[in-house]
Design a binder for this molecule. Structure first.
Ligand SMILES: Cc1cc2nc3c(=O)[nH]c(=O)nc-3n(C[C@H](O)[C@H](O)[C@H](O)COP(=O)(O)OP(=O)(O)OC[C@H]3O[C@@H](n4cnc5c(N)ncnc54)[C@H](O)[C@@H]3O)c2cc1C
Ligand SMILES: *[C@@H]1O[C@H](CO)[C@@H](O)[C@H](O)[C@H]1NC(C)=O
Ligand SMILES: *[C@@H]1O[C@H](CO)[C@@H](O)[C@H](O)[C@H]1NC(C)=O
Length: 512
């Protein structure tokens, strides 16, 4: 993330040495398009991170331009990267160590809603905010089950799983995908029927980038009530936060599917002592129904929280999207169309799955460690409900029954620099080590969309299946092998590869 798009239109990058490759690449594209300069708009993108710049950035308006980009990239022995919303935690959508072409899908972002059939076709370059907004313009009683941050791109999100406030009722975003158009490594455009069920399975959670460039997705809209209720109640250590979080672990996954209560642990200024910091837990909730149904539910299942009517607000579903994104209920819905992430800092994130409640003493250790860092979050998203009903092998995303909640750890910092980064990365890894006894093991599971290169990366050149299994089973468990088999069928030469791409299985023999 953290990229800045400038409105320059350039023919090619002045900063790159290899102009001969560029020229011959452009020549290759020109032979496919007589009107090259009009069809290909190339923008200069300043990458804030010290990564090699792409040879070219292609921002296609039409699928044929993507086909040309793939074929010409292959012909020139270059790499290709595809970016939808650009939110990849490790920047894999726009960074590459070897010379590469960047395909940015920012111009492919239409949303076509068919209310009669309760479905929509959405292009990969749209954001979640654009999708939610488009749905709300057409209906007050439909929504889509996906992530919370509106600037996240459809392409990465749906191909990696995708979850938000409605996962307990409707599952993952990927669970609600019913068709897709993809361009494969040979430049063919395939829908579900043409690509076959194996490949269609793989792109719903296995990460799109290993398998092709996904143009668009057909999704099932979900019904939402005209009125929903939200609340956020925070408790500090002194107010019994640890006991409450401890209790929450026993009930959040068993609540009604209409009730989603996540916990955000973060360090904040101590209200009683201006100079000091304290760590608090916020219980942040969406209820798919009215306040008068929520109160008795909470009273019955989580009275310890002491929720009051005054703590809750009734609103429409789309207003709850604004609320969870950090906007006010009355902000214009158009804020959802802002493609720039709210986040403009450096950060490192990691993820875990908890299968048993963490004892109070374990939670206390988290609090102690949080006080040692500056800007840190731990977000716990409850599972259960619909997630329990879907078998592990249904989609590549395997984290279903048996998980109480997902954990995301996040540390942010403003000042760049090797020393600063090192310090924060070290802290994050230390926290991750500390959590070992409390979370899933063998494998220690992780969520692909919270990508973490610490888990392991592919070696140079030859990607080995067994080598990649080290990180592959953490994201996919037993589904990793099936992903590798699909990869072996659709991209046996391993053209689409990155630090964490699925390797083909069986492996390519050397010398062929
Ligand atoms: C601020 C923030 C909030 C988030 N909130 C949530 C959340 O609530 N729930 C959740 O589940 N996740 C969340 N995420 C994680 C998010 O789902 C992933 O980062 C997701 O992969 C981002 O998709 P993107 O299109 O924006 O990213 P990109 O960086 O564009 O892509 C991510 C990966 O997918 C590949 N890819 C992208 N488009 C395509 C395509 N069309 N075809 C093939 N491959 C493609 C890229 O090459 C890259 O490997 C959040 C991330 C951030 C930064
Ligand atoms: C919840 O409501 C109670 C009673 O009205 C109030 O004292 C408390 O400050 C509220 N808490 C939050 C987080 O709004
Ligand atoms: C909560 O439940 C208790 C006991 O069942 C009852 O006495 C009380 O009135 C209820 N409170 C609310 C706000 O529903």
């Amino acid at each position: 993330m953290n990229t800045l798009v400038l409105p320059f239109v350039l023919l090619f990058f002045p900063l790159v040495a290899s102009t001969t490759t560029q020229e011959s690449f452009i020549q290759c594209v020109k032979t496919r398009f007589s009107d090259y300069t009009k069809t290909f708009e190339i923008i200069l993108q300043l990458l804030l991170l010290s990564a090699p710049l792409p040879l070219l950035i292609v921002t296609p308006f039409h699928e044929s331009e993507i086909q040309a980009a793939i074929l010409c990239t292959k012909k020139h022995g270059l790499q290709i990267r595809v970016r939808s919303g650009g939110h990849d935690y490790e920047g894999l959508s726009y960074r590459c160590k070897t010379p590469f072409i960047l395909v940015d899908l920012v111009n492919l972002r239409s949303v076509d809603i068919n209310l009669e059939e309760e479905v929509a076709w959405v292009q990969s370059g749209a954001t979640l905010g654009e999708l939610y907004y488009s749905i709300a313009m057409e209906s007050k009683v439909h929504g889509f089950a996906a992530g919370i941050c509106p600037s996240v791109g459809i392409g990465g999100h749906l191909s990696g799983g995708g979850f938000g406030t409605m996962l307990r009722k409707h599952g993952l975003a990927a669970d609600n995908v019913i068709d897709a158009y993809l361009i494969d490594v040979s430049g063919r455009i395939l829908n579900r029927e043409l690509m076959g069920e194996d490949l269609f399975w793989a792109i719903r959670g296995g990460g799109g980038a290993s398998f092709g460039i996904i143009l668009s997705w057909k999704i099932k809209l979900v019904r939402v009530p005209p009125t929903v209720t939200v609340f956020t109640v925070s408790r500090s250590l002194e107010q019994g936060a640890i006991e409450l979080v401890h209790r929450w672990q026993y009930i959040a996954h068993e609540l009604s599917e209409d009730l989603f209560i996540r916990v955000i642990i973060q360090d904040v200024d101590d209200p009683n002592n201006g100079a000091a910091r304290t760590v608090q837990a916020a219980f942040n909730s969406l209820f798919l129904g009215k306040l008068d149904c929520l109160m008795p539910l909470m009273n019955q299942s989580f009275p310890e929280l002491g929720l009051k009517v005054d703590n809750c607000t009734e609103m429409t579903w789309i207003e709850s999207v604004l609320y969870f994104a950090g906007y006010k209920k009355d902000d214009p819905l158009e804020v959802l169309l802002d493609r720039n992430t709210l986040y403009k800092s450096y950060f490192k994130a990691k993820s875990d799955f908890a299968q048993e409640p963490i004892p109070e003493v374990g939670l206390r250790g988290i609090w102690e460690r949080f006080l040692e860092e500056e800007i840190v979050f731990m977000i716990m998203d409850p599972y259960g409900g619909k997630m329990n009903e879907i078998p592990e092998s249904e989609l590549p995303f395997p984290h279903r029954r048996g998980n109480l909640y997902n954990v995301q750890y996040l540390v942010k910092w403003v000042q760049n620099g090797v020393k600063a980064s090192k310090k924060h990365l070290h802290w994050m890894r230390m926290l991750y080590n500390y959590m070992t006894p409390y979370v899933s093991a063998s494998p220690r599971a992780a969520y692909l969309n919270y990508r973490d290169l610490d888990l392991g990366i592919n070696g140079k050149g030859e990607e080995s299946y067994s080598g990649a299994s080290v990180w592959g089973v953490k994201y996919f468990k037993d589904n990793f092998k099936r992903l590798a088999i699909v990869k072996g069928r659709v991209d046996p030469e391993n053209f689409l590869r990155s630090e964490q791409s699925i390797p083909p299985y069986p492996a390519l023999k050397k010398g062929r």
